[in-house]
Design a protein around this ligand. Structure first.
Ligand SMILES: [Zn+2]
Length: 206
């Protein structure tokens, strides 16, 4: 992505801060969920997408599009080969925000029912990069929790990232701003993480 784009003052991609986790097609990554409290491993909100994610205010925003959950968490992403096997020499990792759709959350719940996410890393395989369609497979152990001092370090580094996740799941727009956005004449474009998902949801309900 190195094209030149034009925009006004609403480009939320430019804010420094954290790079977000993104699956890459054909690659398998290995990650652990970093939590200090297993009961609040995820943050979530009902949102809409129109040029950006914004919180549902149960008003005009719902006229054309049902709200959808957007979920965020903090992961430790280990450096691996393309099959998701950790590189041990040297071992490295990144602490990243990961925000995703209902579909991925449901896959994580399924994985969790067999191998709890609090004590098992997952392998994430991307099948469609544009829509971030991801397959989740549980790992035997949780690397970041295997050594007490490493665990402490990861927990410490994850703190500001977790605050970032909670603040940046979606924009908190006023109803006026939502009206402007919706009536702005632009068709918003498809939710990059949900267009494909909508179709599946439709079929689920048949
Ligand atoms: Zn709404």
């Amino acid at each position: 992505m190195s094209e030149i784009m034009t925009f006004g003052t609403d480009n939320e991609d430019i804010k420094g801060g954290y790079k977000k986790y993104q699956g890459k097609k054909g690659e398998t990554h290995r990650a652990g969920f970093v939590y200090s409290d297993p009961k609040s491993m995820f943050a979530g909100a009902k949102v809409h997408y129109n040029q950006r994610y914004f919180l549902c205010k149960k008003t005009i925003c719902c006229d054309k599009q049902a709200p959808r959950w957007r979920v965020g968490t903090v992961i430790v992403l280990y450096s691996t080969d393309k099959l998701g096997n950790p590189k041990m020499d040297p071992f490295s990792y990144e602490i990243l925000p990961w925000m995703f759709s209902e579909q991925s959350y449901n896959k994580l719940r399924v994985a969790d029912s067999e191998f709890p996410l609090i004590s098992h890393d997952v392998k994430i395989t991307c099948t469609n990069q544009e829509y971030q369609n991801l397959d989740i497979n549980s790992c035997k152990e949780s690397i970041w929790q295997m050594k007490e001092d490493f665990k402490k370090k990861v927990l410490e580094e994850a703190k500001p990232v977790w605050e970032h996740v909670k603040k940046n799941l979606a924009s908190d727009l006023s109803v006026e701003e939502i009206k402007d956005l919706i009536s702005g004449g632009t068709e918003g474009g498809a939710d990059p993480s949900a267009t494909n998902v909508n179709l599946e949801d439709v079929l689920k309900n048949v």
